[in-house]
Design a binder for this molecule. Structure first.
Ligand code: NAP
Length: 260
């Protein structure tokens, strides 16, 4: 069977370890024949991500803290040296742990802005850095940008709090970016993943109760797997997804459709 991402180059931001959703996505992209570019945040993660990148056969790894404009400028320069860029996966979020456990009404201005900066604004900044390369005519049939979101953007999920407001902002940014970049043949979508035990998720108080609730109530009576999230990313990044933009697609074993 032919590979869905053969001949494509994909930039994946947000691999921290083997449990990262970005890692599952990078694995699936590699399986489908993509040339991989990875980023990590600062020296602390350099060795781990370079090792994971080597295992995935990644072509290059870059240091990029998405809160630093100079890092984003360097990333744009590095992308300029690439022959082509077809897909970007933004799999990044952060909030203070205190804001993921105390009542939402106690959220500080500083904590709110931090979550927005890292988890939502960064998508706009990354899109700006990548779009010039992706929008080039030889990238026919165009490029795909993908970010990761969660149901807590539109529903109240215990302890998700400040991250819920950041994800709401991220999903709105996806729509505006899709509107802006569509004429350049760049599609922008979000995958709303069901809960998965990752480093970021461990910061949320009582996260295991969320996993249990989904298993009990989702139509498929289980949680979604990282591989299922990754395969949806493959679809969006591939030519099969060429008609889809500005949307939020769910990989959550159907949990989001449930009422009472
Ligand atoms: P993860 O492995 O901890 O990934 C989060 C990534 O964000 C890490 O690589 C982290 O790097 C990076 N990051 C944080 N601040 C950064 C910055 N300033 N610059 C660059 N990178 C930064 O957890 P994950 O669950 O896979 O999260 C990936 C995405 O999926 C997030 O957007 C998350 O909200 C979303 N999501 C997760 C779930 C879930 O249940 N796990 C569900 C739906 C959506 P460091 O480790 O260096 O901080």
């Amino acid at each position: 069977m032919s590979q869905l991402l053969e001949g494509k180059t994909a930039l994946v931001l947000g691999v921290a370890n083997r449990w990262s959703l970005a890692y599952a996505i990078a694995q699936a992209f590699q399986r489908e024949g993509a040339r991989l570019l990875l980023t990590y945040q600062g020296e602390r993660l350099q060795r781990t991500v370079e090792e994971l990148g080597a295992a995935l056969g990644a072509a290059r790894t870059f240091d990029c803290d998405v809160t630093r404009d100079e890092d984003l400028a360097r990333l744009a320069e590095a992308l300029e040296q690439e022959e082509r860029l077809d897909a970007v996966v933004h799999s990044i979020a952060f909030a203070n742990q205190a804001d993921l456990s105390r009542p939402f009404v106690e959220t500080s201005r500083e904590g709110y802005l931090l979550a927005q900066n890292v988890s939502a604004y960064s998508m706009i900044a990354v899109a700006r850095a990548a779009a010039p390369k992706m929008g080039q005519p030889k990238n026919n049939p165009g490029g795909a940008m993908i970010t990761l979101t969660y149901l807590g953007s539109t529903r109240v999920v215990a302890n998700y709090n400040v991250m819920g407001t950041a994800k709401a902002s991220l999903e709105a940014a996806v729509r505006y970016l899709a509107g802006d970049l569509g004429p350049r043949n760049i599609r922008v979508n979000a995958i709303s993943a069901g809960p998965v035990k990752t480093a970021a998720a461990r910061g949320i108080k009582d996260f295991s109760k969320v996993l249990e609730a989904v298993e009990a109530r989702a139509p498929m009576r289980r949680n979604a797997t990282p591989a299922e999230v990754a395969d949806l990313a493959v679809f969006l990044a591939s030519d099969l997804g060429r008609g889809v933009t500005g949307d939020v697609l769910f990989a959550d074993a159907g949990y989001h459709i449930m009422g009472l």
